[in-house]
Ligand binder design. Structure first.
Ligand SMILES: [Zn+2]
Length: 159
């Protein structure tokens, strides 16, 4: 007959009697005093249970999210819309604030930049202005011709 010693414990999971070092311990509160007591199952079983539990939870969580996505399409869409707009408001507010606080400085900076740009690109600006003028003059002529032809074509059937 097997006599149970303090150093051995039967696992209630796998049913094996193992050395007490094969068990994890936990704090158990019994009648206002805390005792250190071994878990009812051995370390090997504990590990297996933890892995199984984690896998189960993972699958459960994944399934839950999948179902949630399917049943809350509008809610999810609304939430993302809401958060986008909330952030958008915040962003606008921030930029408004920044603009208000730095109005003078920014305006001066812009003027300075424009002056600098003009100074550096005087020739290029003059050239592109001339080009723009020429192009638009040509365009205006083309438009005028086109509308003239269209008008005359309307009154005189070609066949
Ligand atoms: Zn066990």
């Amino acid at each position: 007959m097997h006599t149970k010693t303090v150093d051995e414990k039967k696992c209630n999971k796998c049913g094996l009697t193992k050395a007490i070092t094969e068990f994890y311990f936990q704090k158990v509160k019994i009648a206002n005093s805390i005792r250190i007591s071994p878990y009812p199952h051995c370390k090997t079983c504990q590990k297996k249970m933890t892995i199984a539990c984690r896998a189960k939870n993972k699958k459960h969580y994944r399934d839950y999210r999948k179902v949630y996505r399917q049943t809350h399409v509008d809610q999810i869409r609304f939430n993302s819309w809401k958060s986008y707009h909330k952030n958008r408001e915040q962003r606008l507010e921030n930029s408004r604030k920044y603009w208000a606080e730095n109005k003078e400085r920014l305006a001066e900076k812009r003027r300075e930049y424009a002056r600098e740009y003009r100074r550096k690109n005087r020739e290029r600006i003059t050239a592109s202005r001339r080009l723009y003028y020429l192009q638009n003059r040509q365009k205006a002529i083309d438009r005028a011709k086109e509308s003239y032809y269209r008008r005359t074509a309307k009154h005189e059937p070609t066949n």
